[in-house]
Design a protein around this ligand. Sequence first.
Ligand SMILES: [Cu+2]
Length: 490
Amino acid sequence: MKFELLDLKKYSVSKHLFGILTLIVSGLVTGCSGSASNGVKGTEKAVLTAPPQVPPAITRKHSTKVLVELEVVEKASPIAEGVDYTFWTYGGTVPGSFIRVREGDEVEFRLSNHPDNKMPHNIDLHAVTGPGGGAAASMTAPGHTSTFSFKVIDPGLYVYHCATAPVGMHIANGMYGLILVEPKEGLPKVDREFYVMQGDFYTKGAYGQRGHQPFDMEKALKEQPDYVLFNGAVGALAGDKALKAKVGETVRLFVGNGGPNLVSSFHVIGEIFDKVKVEGGSLENHDLQTTLIPAGGSAIVEFKMEVPGTFIIVDHSIFRTFNKGALGMLKAEGPEDKVIYSGKTDDSVYLPEGGAIQSVGAEAPKPSIARTKEEKIAFGKQKYDAVCAACHQSTGIGVPHAFPPLASSDFLNKDKKRAILTVIQGLQGKILVNGSEYNSVMPKLDLTDEEVANVLTYVFNSWGNAGHVITPDEVKALRSVKPSNAGDIH
Ligand SMILES: [Cu+2]
C-alpha cells in the first residue's frame, strides 16, 4: 500500500487528492484486516476462578483474543448452617467465576445455560460498551449456548450480572460476579489477591430458619433482606475458610457488590486501606477506613499486613454484620510488633451475635379486605404491579417467546380454575396462547387466597378479558388440588 501511495505522489497528484486517497486506502486497510490493525495477536482461553480465588496477573504485553466460557447452573446449596437456598449461579458459585482480561483485549463470550435449568438467563457485563452490556445478545434458554464478542476499552473492575426478567429476582438469587480489565501497564505486584463480593438475600423464613428457603419477592421489593453476605453464605469467609496472609505481605481485595438492593460500607476491622481504587475505576484514594460500594459497583482495596491477628471484614452498616451474616475474616500470621499494636487480638468478641432479632412494638395491622369489585380490582392492581408485571408487563402484553400475554389471552379466558391454579401452583411446559407457543416456567407464587382472588379479578377485568370476579373461597377450594405440571422453583 505504502508503495502505491508513493507512486501516486511521484505522478504528482495534487496534495488534496492525495489526502483523499490516503483516507480511502487506510479505510480499506482497517476494513480488510479487521482487528489485526489494533495489535490484537493470538487467542487464549480465560482462566476462570471460583471465589475467593483470583486468576493470575496478566503478564503478556499485547492485546489478544480471549475466549470466556461461562455456564449458568441453578442449584440448591447452604446459605447458612441448616438452611438451603436455590441459587442461580455463573459457574456454580456465588459470586460467579472471576474473569481477568487486559485493556484492549477482544473477548469472545460463550454463555451456556445448563439443560437441567428451569429459567432463561443472560449476562450484562459492565465492562462492555454496547446496548445492554451484552444482555440481548446473550439471552439463552436452558440447554443452549449464546456467543457474542466485545472489546474491553476501559480498564477497571466491573460487575457482571443477569438481566433476565424479573431482573431483581435473578440478581437476588446470586447471578453476579466480577470481570477485571487490567490496565495495559498491569497492576502493581502484591503478595495476595482475593475476590470478595457482597449480596443481599430474601427468604420466606427469617434469618437462620432451617430447611429449604424459597425466595421472597415481597421482602425484596421492600429491600428488607434476611441475609447480607460476602460470597453467598454465612461463614463463607470465616473459620477454616478465612482469607490468609502473612505479616509483611500486601493484600489486594477485589470487592464487588451485587446488591440487588443494598449499598455496602466496606470496612476491615483493624486495618486501614493504604490504597483504594475508588468504585473500581482509575481514581486512587489513600488511607481510608471505609469505602462505599454501590449496588452494581466495586472497589479495589490494598493494605499491608503490619501485625498478626484476625481482621474482620464487614459491611459497617453493622446490624448486617452481626445479625445478617456480613462477616468475613482475614487471618494474618507472623511476628507481633508491639509498637504498632501492643494488645493481643481476641477473636471471640467479634463472633456473630446470632439471629435473635428482638421485636419491638405491636403487631402489624391486619391487611384490609376488599369488599366491592372495585376494591378487589384496585387491590389486585397493586399486587399485579408488584409481582406479575415484572414478567407479564404492566399492560399485560407479555414478552415474545418468554412471558405469555395476559391481555386478551385465550388461554386465560378459557378456564378460570386453571388461571387460579397457575398462580398458586406455578406453571411449566408447553402452552399455546393466542396462537403462539410458550415453553417456560412460571414460578409458584406465595400469595394469600385474598391476594390471588384480587390479582386475578384485576387481570380478568383488564385489557379485554372475560370480566370474572374471583373470590377467596374459590382459591381456597383449589389449594388441595395436586399439581399436574406445576413449576415449583424457589
Ligand atoms: Cu438469570
